[in-house]
Ligand binder design. Sequence first.
Ligand SMILES: NC(=O)c1ccc[n+]([C@@H]2O[C@H](COP(=O)([O-])OP(=O)(O)OC[C@H]3O[C@@H](n4cnc5c(N)ncnc54)[C@H](OP(=O)(O)O)[C@@H]3O)[C@@H](O)[C@H]2O)c1
Length: 256
Amino acid sequence: MSVMNRFRLDGRVALVTGGNRGLGLSMAKALAEAGASVAVTSRDEERAQEAARSIAQATGQSAQGYALDVTNASQVESVVQAVAEHFGKIDILINNAGINVRKPVEEFDEASWDLVQGANLKGPYLCARAVVKKMKEQGWGRIINLASMLGLVGLPERIAYCSSKGGLIQMTKVLALELAPYNITVNALCPGPFATEINTPVINNPEASKYFLDNIPLGRWAEPDELGGAAVFLASEASSFVTGSSLTIDGGWTAR
Ligand SMILES: NC(=O)c1ccc[n+]([C@@H]2O[C@H](COP(=O)([O-])OP(=O)(O)OC[C@H]3O[C@@H](n4cnc5c(N)ncnc54)[C@H](OP(=O)(O)O)[C@@H]3O)[C@@H](O)[C@H]2O)c1
């Protein structure tokens, strides 16, 4: 197979959690551009369906939107079942849904802790658990976890976020070892600062924004489209011998 063909995803089916906006939408579009059919989710069904329509219109691929709270085990099971019934299978799971709460530790309430761990750590575990049986039957699978550069390095006032993303990198390694015999690869993407909704509080705070820019060797925020290539790589045959790895897309932040 020629190298460019190894990046193609024709005939593949991908589920991208939180694929209605930000990095999730950008990655779902990238997978569809590479030939995949995609299912995207939001906690709001209309937003999910609107995103699916925009992907189908932009790429000509089949796309469906589903309502999903990734912290709810029975919803996760039903959506995975619905996607598999609609498309006939699930080849690729991108565990993208996630949130951040920024506060000093003494103000960090338990509800915020549980919210962040629920979306960022429990969600990926529930979704991986739900797709693995189908991927094993197929003898092929790709699980991609949206960790973060903040799973590799610390940042003040992100106690729950950094802990959850560090945990997700460890989850990636465990699942990679467990699922390798079934030809299922599991890898993490570790983005740095991308200009999406999750970072609005930082972008709108001149002092915080300057701190970020001063620490990004490439000297700018990333655009969501700059993650698509890495997602297609990890979703495709181009990464057939890559598992358990964490790929940084952080403008050089963690190289310091
Ligand atoms: N942007 C960055 O700089 C950056 C850097 C490193 C890592 N990341 C990670 O990349 C992922 C996407 O981030 P983003 O920048 O695209 O953020 P975003 O624009 O805020 O989007 C977050 C997505 O997660 C979904 N979500 C949140 N909690 C959920 C839950 N409990 N159940 C289901 N869906 C939920 C949201 O869906 P609804 O609100 O529509 O339900 C939304 O689609 C996150 O895991 C984030 O931690 C981002």
